[in-house]
Design a protein around this ligand. Structure first.
Ligand SMILES: Nc1ncnc2c1ncn2[C@@H]1O[C@H](COP(=O)(O)OP(=O)(O)OP(=O)(O)O)[C@@H](O)[C@H]1O
Ligand SMILES: [Cu+]
Ligand SMILES: [Mg+2]
Length: 690
């Protein structure tokens, strides 16, 4: 496993290089591809060469207890075996030796050190055996271990080759998935209209709009607007930094609640792409607790094997002699090789990661998987999570005779052009449909959970929730509100000062799989709860349609987070959300799951990203997580269990009743346990839920 980790680091170095040299993701992939080929080529070639070298060694080795009809031994054949064995030891053993060196440098001896110790002692002992037999003609003849040594190296090369292969296949599936995440910037052209441009096509000098909660697409200088920007992802500095006109913003950092326009000063290599790559890389490298457990167990086994080996050697030396004691010690070291254990977890992880990627799940934090079996509550947001978030304007009503409906829509569109909220898209498309011209409001900022504010022709306007009106003691027609809301509309009011100018009612559709998600959660004994910033009536309507009984509406972001904490007092909590208002809850929950089409802050705060934005994928994740955790536990037992039984047997614990585990038999059992672990991992499957 350590070996694998080192190789992954190599990949990362290569990737970074590629990243510096090239400007787009396709090039980067090619370079990564080459990197993979190179590493794989090595192990693959080493395996085949070692296998070919092993055949004559087996044929020329006198095998204890087994007399094969086609054995080829001749005077001096021992020396041929010794020479072939030496070549194989140096050539095939090299990856393990360098792995052991790295482990020892980190003062964490584990799997690679054990393998090295096993094959090293076996090699030295075998050379000694050949010299003793042929030059000094000792009696009885000393058995050499070349047969075991070479098969051991071959099996281990094969294991690592398979392991790398699966891990990498999983990795490329994850890469492909990462590309599905939106990577666009909103560019403002000379005519003042905004359109989305792929990050690869973004050019220095272009003006981009950055809305609340969005990731800044590239390094840029602010032209208009102010905001507070969270640069922690880039600089590690946690506090939000206030940014005003003329300030430099860093690509990849996350915008706060203000909207601003900025002139791009650097593209391609800058922030956001690096962030996406990081996201993917972290998804591939992040270790869960069971992976760390496997590492730790391998470490313990190292000391256990060392201790048992030396102890057995000393005991056998006193009760018998060196000729008995030495092979026993070697057998312990050889058998202690926790090969199955080393593969147990990575193979499951690789398989699980690949399955996740194929099913549209980007897993950033694998520890989240281990929490699934204790899951009690699934708290979810409404807009964009259970509903499409594709709003359409159903009613547009003027509440002040000085303002025509057209003026209301124009003002609304001006405000919303700087908003990332789903309600904004509905208003903007209505304005477009009615061919209304508008200019973007200035000084726009979002009051999360409340509304969007900005200045148009020196007057400050806001498009706000009903709770804002109540808070500011502005009167409105409650009966009208109730009627429209009961139809399932999300309502927003246009206000300026203490005047309520108009009202917009927008409708949304429930996602096709939302109901399925809720009924499946209930079937699994997980209580679904809806937490929404929207009004109570609309919330009830959607909740009723999908089957949720527990609904909390008109929540501010901090209310949602507080509720997550409250539910956590009685069990593990999953939170599913998409908006700026969900980010604190996503970070707070035991498992935070963001909708892929959601805002960048939500994605950054989550453990899991549902790339396809499909509610049914939540169930896929729960199934996958349970299956993965189960396979990992099984494999850990298979892997460690072999060692727990084989080490004492090799040490001769049953010698009093006449049973000594032959090192060869041990090697065969070891390969078998490896095969079992591999097959068990490969049979991890996910049944379709859609
Ligand atoms: N950009 C905006 N345009 C219009 N109204 C807004 C805007 N932002 C917020 N609001 C008002 O504030 C309310 C709460 O918004 P918030 O983003 O917290 O929740 P939501 O998106 O409606 O629902 P959910 O929490 O389920 O996603 C909205 O229902 C709306 O009335
Ligand atoms: Cu092994
Ligand atoms: Mg939402």
């Amino acid at each position: 496993m350590k070996e694998h980790e080192m190789m992954t680091h190599d990949h990362m170095d290569q990737m970074d290089m590629a990243h510096g040299d090239h400007m787009n993701m396709n090039d980067m992939d090619m370079d990564m591809g080459d990197g993979h080929m190179m590493h794989m080529g090595n192990l693959k070639r080493k395996f085949w060469v070692s296998l070919i070298l092993t055949i004559p060694i087996i044929l020329m080795s006198p095998m204890m207890g087994v007399t094969l009809p086609f054995q080829l031994t001749f005077p001096g054949s021992d020396w041929v075996v010794a020479i072939l064995g030496t070549i194989l030891f140096i050539y095939g053993g090299a990856p393990f030796f360098s792995g052991a060196k790295a482990e020892l440098q980190m003062k964490q001896p584990a799997m690679m050190t054990l393998i090295t110790m096993g094959v090293g002692v076996a090699y030295i002992y075998s050379i000694y055996a050949v010299i003793a037999n042929d030059l000094f003609h000792v009696t009885p003849m000393v058995n050499n271990f070349f047969w075991e040594l070479s098969t051991l190296i071959v099996i281990m090369l094969l294991g690592h080759w398979i392991e790398m292969n699966t891990v990498m296949n999983a990795g490329s599936a994850v890469d492909a998935l990462g590309k599905l995440l939106p990577q666009t910037a909103h560019v403002v052209d000379d005519a003042g209209t905004t359109h989305d441009v792929s990050l690869n096509d973004l050019q220095v000098g272009q003006i981009v709009v950055v809305r609340a909660g969005e990731q800044i697409p590239a390094d840029a200088t602010i032209v208009t607007g102010t905001s507070a920007v969270n640069e922690s992802l880039v600089t590690g500095e946690a506090a939000a930094v206030k940014k005003v006109t003329g300030d430099q913003v860093i690509g990849g950092s996350v915008n706060g609640t203000g909207t601003f326009t900025a002139k791009v000063t650097g593209t391609g290599d800058s922030g956001y792409l690096a962030q996406v790559m990081d996201l993917i890389q972290n998804a591939k490298n992040a270790k869960s607790t069971s992976e760390n457990l496997a590492d730790r167990v391998a470490g313990w086994l190292f000391y256990a094997a060392l201790f048992v080996g030396i102890l057995a050697f000393l005991i056998w030396l006193t009760v018998a002699n060196l000729a008995v004691a030495l092979p026993v010690a070697v057998a312990v070291f050889v058998i202690a090789c926790p090969h199955a254990l080393g593969l147990a977890v990575p193979l499951v992880v690789a398989r699980s990661t690949a399955l996740a990627a194929q099913n549209g799940l980007l897993i950033r934090n694998r520890n989240a998987m281990e929490d699934v079996k204790h899951l009690k509550f699934a708290l979810m947001d409404k807009t964009g999570t259970l509903t499409m978030g594709h709003f359409q304007v159903n009613h547009l009503i003027s509440l002040d005779q000085d303002y025509s409906e057209e003026t209301i829509l124009r003002l609304l569109a001006s405000l919303e052009s700087g908003s990332s909220h789903p309600l904004a898209t509905g208003i903007l498309s209505a304005a477009k449909a009615q061919q209304i011209t508008y200019t973007a409001a200035t000084d726009t900022h979002q009051e999360t959970g409340m509304g969007q504010f900005g200045t148009i022709d020196d007057i400050t306007y806001g498009v706000v929730a009903v709770s804002y009106l109540e808070q500011h003691h502005l009167t409105y027609d409650q009966a009208q509100f109730k009627t429209l809301a009961a139809e399932g509309n999300s309502l927003s009011y246009l206000v300026t000062g203490d005047r309520v100018l108009g009202l917009v009612a927008e409708g949304d559709q429930i996602k096709p799989n939302a109901q399925h998600l809720v009924s499946e959660l209930k079937r699994q004994g997980i209580t679904p709860v809806m937490l929404t910033g929207d009004n109570q009536e609309t919330a009830n309507k959607v909740a009723h349609a999908v089957g949720i009984e527990d609904v909390q509406a008109r929540l501010l972001p901090e209310d949602k987070e507080r509720l997550v904490q409250q539910y956590q007092a009685s069990g593990k909590v999953l939170f599913i959300g998409d908006g700026v208002n969900d980010a604190p809850s996503l970070a707070r929950a035991d498992i935070g799951m963001a909708i892929g089409s959601g805002t960048d802050v939500a994605i950054e705060s989550a453990d899991i990203i549902l790339v396809a934005s499909d509610p049914a994928d939540v169930i896929q994740f729960l199934d996958l997580a349970r299956a993965t955790t189960r396979k990992m536990t099984e494999n850990l037992w298979w892997g460690a269990g072999y060692n727990l039984i084989a080490i004492p047997l090799a040490a001769g614990i049953l010698a009093p009743i006449g049973f000594m585990l032959d090192p060869m038999v041990g090697a065969v059992i070891m390969s078998l346990s490896t095969v079992i672990v591999a097959i068990n991992a490969m049979t991890l499957k996910l049944k379709p839920v859609k």
